[in-house]
Write a protein that binds this ligand. Structure first.
Ligand SMILES: NC(=O)c1ccc[n+]([C@@H]2O[C@H](COP(=O)([O-])OP(=O)(O)OC[C@H]3O[C@@H](n4cnc5c(N)ncnc54)[C@H](OP(=O)(O)O)[C@@H]3O)[C@@H](O)[C@H]2O)c1
Length: 235
């Protein structure tokens, strides 16, 4: 897709992968609706922040209407908003479990549900869902988060089959550790964000490259990892 003049929704834009994705979409000429709880420090004539908590169905419907009315029908949706809590399954507070599923799974569903009819009208669209390596295997003390990201993976693989005949691509991205504020909530030993993790701007570059592919070329799954997660080994 040539992104020039295309309307793109990105969720969770205040920092991290979402903020970098917004910046690179703007460089590629897209008109970006940033849906999030907190506005980023981005001033650009083609950037429009729309206050949205993705876990609130009413707010998501309103944000879609505002986006469509003011900017046009979105052809791109990057489902990036997400968070995690850590804890043993029997110690996990019910509220934290629910919060992860409300944002990472139900929020993702709400955004897809509102965006797909417009993409069908356009005859083209691309949904990028940010899953995680945690959406491909188990992680001790992260069962809730892992559960949400496996849901993201399964939803993406299913709707890819539903939507391809409408010209809509669905890509699932599986990053390993990225140096962002994500780890503020996570108390793993050695899990503090650090320079051996991937840079969020590199994940964003991969997202934008997926969006820019030829119409009949579809990146279904994209796993990205740091080459040296424990630092560059001595040569
Ligand atoms: N960092 C990693 O190692 C890693 C690895 C694999 C996958 N991921 C995934 O990548 C995505 C982005 O994470 P990140 O690493 O960039 O983390 P981050 O720096 O913590 O950014 C998360 C973003 O999501 C937003 N957000 C959270 N809950 C929201 C809600 N209910 N409604 C709207 N926006 C909401 C946050 O907004 P506020 O500022 O308002 O909180 C923030 O802008 C997440 O889905 C995460 O699970 C991250």
């Amino acid at each position: 897709m040539d992104l020039k003049g295309k309307v793109a929704i990105v969720t969770g834009v205040s920092k991290g992968i979402g903020r970098e994705t917004v910046k690179q979409l703007l460089e590629a000429g897209a008109i970006v609706a940033g849906w999030g709880r907190t506005a980023p420090d981005i001033a650009h004539e083609n950037f429009h922040f729309i206050a949205t908590d993705v876990s609130d169905w009413e707010l998501v419907q309103g944000s879609y209407q505002t986006t469509k009315d003011t900017l046009g029908t979105p052809a791109v949706l990057v489902n990036n908003a997400g968070m995690g809590h850590q804890g043993l399954i029997h110690e996990m507070p019910v509220e934290q479990w629910r919060e992860m599923f409300d944002i990472n799974v139900h929020g993702l569903f709400y955004c897809i549900k509102v965006a797909v009819p417009g993409m069908i009208e356009l005859g083209e669209g691309h949904i990028i869902n940010i899953s995680s390596i945690a959406g491909t295997n188990g992680v001790k003390t992260m069962s809730g988060y892992v559960g949400t990201k496996h849901a993201v993976t399964g939803i993406g693989h299913s709707i890819f089959q539903e939507l391809r005949d409408y010209g809509i691509k669905v890509t699932t991205v599986y990053p390993g550790s990225v140096n962002t504020n994500f780890f503020d909530n996570i108390e793993f030993a050695n899990a503090n964000a650090n320079d051996n993790m991937m840079r969020p701007e590199d994940v964003a570059t991969s997202v934008v490259q997926c969006l820019q592919t030829f119409d009949n070329y579809h990146v279904v799954d994209l796993e990205v990892r740091p080459l040296w997660p424990k630092g560059r080994p001595n040569k």
